[in-house]
Design a protein around this ligand. Sequence first.
Ligand code: PBG
Length: 327
Amino acid sequence: MSQFINSRRPRRNRKSETIRAMVEETRVTTNDLIFPLFLIDGKNQKTEVNSMPGIFRLSTDLMLKEIEECLRLGIRAFDVFPAVEDQHKDKTATKSYDSNFFYLRALREIKKQFPEACIMTDVAMDPYSSDGHDGLVKDGKILNDETLEILGKMALAQAETGIDILGPSDMMDGRVGYLRNVLDANGFTEVSIMSYTAKYASGFYNPFRDALDSAPKFGDKKTYQMNPANRQEALIEAQLDTEEGADFLMVKPALAYLDIIRLLKDNSSLPIAAYNVSGEYSMVKAAALKGWLDGERVMKETLLSMKRAGADIILTYFAKEFAAIAN
Ligand code: PBG
């Protein structure tokens, strides 16, 4: 019998747990993860996001506790998003650069209490915009260059709180270069930019928009976010962001875009981040709650797939859960 089969037997390298561990090519560790957090105004406030079981909007005091717990588990990087009440939203996202607004106050407090925590912020108008768009709206159109001015003010206000990384998630043309200039001109040469480089107009963001109540009031985001059908275009975005001074390139969403993660990894020397977005989290959670999938196993497998595809960094709502079982 054996004379008919090749003497190469790949199964030998799978025969024991020890050998399997020895030949393992990809590993996810807590060092790779950034945990997105949702901030709300007030004190002692904690509300679960309906479509994201296990994920809560937290007021500053509770977020500080959450960060402390995560640091103990080995999660050291956080991306903080504000959920803004309707009464504070307007056409020009004024609250986004009001240094007394709860988001900016919270960032200052977080960096004061945990200077060692790496804090990333979100640069885009949608959480503060009465139109629910990432850019300034005029006559039903999203204005590009006028938006940059607002993003510049927002970025400066965030940089002033002492945060580590800015995350422009808006997809306006030229924003990375614009923000880099504004930061440098004001002495913030050390603040990093993780650009949402290939951000697709995706159906996977809905639970996030529930979390922040930030869905667009009209239309969609297809004039600024990328068409899911496109691959080459991701290279154009990557080239521009690199020229404009981005420190990291991000692909978003992650799971349905593993090919794009690999594409950027193979074509760039910059670190590549993947955003394992809200809808990807919700799908796994929902199926696990129904008993249809082993949630823990699928969580690990999806995170692994992103690293295997070439992601150096993963932004994921699973970060804390992963850390709790990784240790
Ligand atoms: C908006 C923004 C979105 C996410 C991060 N920043 C949603 C959108 O573009 O509508 C989505 C994150 C997620 O789904 O987890 N600036």
